[in-house]
Design a binder for this molecule. Sequence first.
Ligand SMILES: Cc1cc2nc3c(=O)[nH]c(=O)nc-3n(C[C@H](O)[C@H](O)[C@H](O)COP(=O)(O)O)c2cc1C
Length: 288
Amino acid sequence: MASRNPESASPFPPGYDRQARLAHADEVYRAIRSRRTFKGGLSSEPIPDEYVERILEAARWAPSGANTQPWEVIVVKERELIQQIGLFFTDGFTKMKTAQPDFPVDNKKYMCHVPLMLVVIGDKRFINCYPQVGGWDGCVEIFYSSLAAFVQNIHLMACALGLGSTWGTCFSFHEINLKKLLGIPDIYRTFAVIPIGWPRAKRKDSWRKPVASFVHAERYDPARLKSTAEFREWIGPVRYSRLRSDGRVHADPAPAIEYGSLVAWDVNLDSRYGDSFPAPSRANGGAA
Ligand SMILES: Cc1cc2nc3c(=O)[nH]c(=O)nc-3n(C[C@H](O)[C@H](O)[C@H](O)COP(=O)(O)O)c2cc1C
């Protein structure tokens, strides 16, 4: 192997085409940066099959734990089915508003009229295929993270094609209805419903916290650990003031949130999955 001159100021390997790489990186960044979640504003004109194929082709190149590719997707174009799924989500909106009135959720009515929905599902038996080293939480995480990577690729390619899409979370009440309507066997997790359509107008830009606010150099900087009060400030007033749009801080008062519900995240996954997926005794062959 040719050794590099340690005196050389260049951090780039020989033959590295910096200009070409930067141009490529710009393109990738543009696709990532221009993606927006559409919570309405999508027209119902059909989407060419060729576009759907491109989206699915991009999706399948997502990374997955041990390359298990735990995803499957139901491509829904039938108007009646789309309308019905949209109704599940508008019903979900009512449930959410009742349970947590301040949560900023849109009414989802637009979902009834999009020309395409992708329903991403994953066979939960894949959870069994990841390394069983000290509990199920890692395995569950690999499963869902793999599905999430698949979904993100869908959004990116849809955006690159000029389409608008939304990441629709499936809560259990959505899942029960979707399984019935689309005949999805029980062993699957109905992970996400992605309505896709043609944007009627450009979406307002979104907001992200600056890089410096989430990066630690070399080691975790304990001075940056948020106190509970700071955390509440962040998840509440700070985030809410920017949530809907453009990164500017808006004058409207932040809604109150019930923080107690956050504790529910700290669930014991062993007990949750233990019954249906007894820990296997075999050696696990794959690497995550
Ligand atoms: C895991 C995940 C779940 C989400 N679930 C929903 C959802 O159920 N409904 C929805 O309208 N948007 C959902 N979103 C979209 C977010 O609201 C959106 O990404 C966020 O507000 C930032 O907006 P942007 O994507 O336009 O930048 C979800 C996003 C992620 C990553």
